[in-house]
Design a protein around this ligand. Structure first.
Ligand code: ADP
Ligand code: MG
Length: 396
């Protein structure tokens, strides 16, 4: 399954190691880092490489500077922050390619680290331009990819450079992400339950299709549930509806049935007149759905049913909130799922930016087996796609 070389397979001592990390952190107006999860997630790899005596060159993107230098997207705040976390100096490079950067790297002693400036200051990064990739490769002797969150993008620093700098190996975070997501899909302990929610069916079609071939049960929540309920002929008021996906929803329901996969939809709902935080909430079922109300969360009976399924599951993959958890009045369903996962002794894997934010908001992140750091990457992995940043690494 996971047959790529890892940092523990190579000798990095005295080597210039180009390590792609995901330091794409949120910044406030004063350019303070408001959430350092991604930097912390890369620490095991960074510490290991430094302890092994590597001359470490870190590379990342930050935001979308659209291929030109924009100080608003400088990685300098990440260098300062990393220095605090490591308790040792982290140099900030003036650029990410070129002679000046080469000279800065030449000054590194074994066990020292420099952070390159934002690779997206050049259009060659997202274009995966071979010339730009070659300039990145010219900085180092070896390549490490620990940026799972961007592994689904074939960019110069994630894919192009890995084709030029060999060996190209996975860092600890990359390995951990692929291990949990990969093993859950390839060899799950059963019952294997998928919980799929979020706004739209159209965002999650491929995930549902892929998981239908692997799981014992699928529990649906969030805005997408209403397109499925519509497909069953249930009135859903003014709830989110993708009218052009009703036929597809029918097809997926039929596929589940023919595969013997239990496919559960919400039985009751928390509804409101408007999509607003202070909308007054009421509960309804599938037979008494008010025509002028929209569902913004799953209801108590659904929570109870889903909780039972989670309690008896051995493996659970969760992608997509059960309701509009950003509004306190409609966060109950999502938080209840997080609580049920925390209470269950199942292997719990959480993917998806908003689902992870919800688990963090519930304060239950430490109770999950694995929280993916890559929203888009984990989604594509669950869709069964190969991640270009992983494919490009050296085989064992
Ligand atoms: P993830 O990032 O975990 O993959 P998505 O991006 O697919 O999740 O969906 C998250 C969004 O879905 C949230 O912003 C949430 O407010 C929205 N959502 C959930 N339930 C509903 C609903 N019933 N109606 C409208 N939007 C919803
Ligand atoms: Mg999202």
């Amino acid at each position: 399954m996971f047959n790529k070389m890892s940092i523990t397979d190579i000798d990095v001592s005295g080597q210039r190691v180009f390590c792609r990390v995901d330091f794409n952190v949120p910044l406030d107006e004063q350019r303070n880092i408001t959430d350092d999860t991604r930097i912390r997630a890369a620490l095991p790899t960074i510490r290991y490489l430094l302890e092994q005596g590597a001359r470490l060159i870190l590379a990342s993107h930050l935001g979308r500077p659209k291929g030109k230098v924009d100080p608003a997207y400088s990685l300098a705040p990440a260098a300062t922050h990393l220095q605090g976390l490591l308790g040792k100096p982290v140099r900030m490079a003036s650029d990410c390619i070129g002679d000046q950067v080469k000279a800065q790297i030449a000054q590194l002693a074994d066990g020292e680290v420099i952070l390159l400036e934002n690779v997206r200051f050049y259009p060659g990064e997202t274009d995966n331009d071979p010339q730009f990739a070659a300039e990145l490769a010219a900085l180092a002797d070896l390549y490490v990819n620990d940026a799972f969150g961007t592994a689904h993008r074939a960019h110069a620093s994630t894919e192009g450079v890995a084709r030029l700098l060999k060996p190209a190996v996975a860092g600890f975070l990359m390995e951990k992400e692929l291990k949990y997501l990969g093993e859950a899909l390839a060899n799950p302990e059963r019952p294997f339950v998928a919980i799929i929610g979020g706004a739209k069916v159209s965002d999650k079609i491929l995930v549902i299709e892929q998981l239908l071939e692997k799981v014992d049960s699928i529990l649906i929540g969030g805005g997408m549930a209403y397109t499925f309920l519509k497909a069953q002929g249930i009135a859903t008021g003014t709830s989110l509806l993708e009218a052009d996906r009703v036929e597809l929803a029918k097809k997926l329901l039929a596929q589940a049935e023919s595969r013997g996969v239990e496919f559960l939809l919400p039985q009751d709902h928390i509804v409101a007149a408007e999509f607003k935080a202070d909308s007054s909430a009421q509960t309804c079922g599938n037979t008494d759905f008010p025509a002028d109300r929209m569902a913004l969360d799953i209801g108590p009976q659904t929570i109870k049913l889903y909780r039972q399924k989670i309690a008896s599951a051995k493996t659970v993959v969760w992608n997509g909130p059960m309701g509009v958890f950003e509004f306190d009045a409609f966060a109950r369903g999502t938080f209840a799922i997080a609580e049920a996962l925390a209470a269950s002794d199942c292997l719990s894997i959480i993917g998806g930016g908003d689902s992870v934010a919800a688990v963090n908001k519930a304060g239950l992140d430490a109770e999950m087996t694995h929280i993916s750091t890559g929203g888009g990457a984990s989604l594509e992995f669950l869709e069964g796609k190969e991640l270009p940043g992983v494919v490009a690494l050296t085989d064992r």
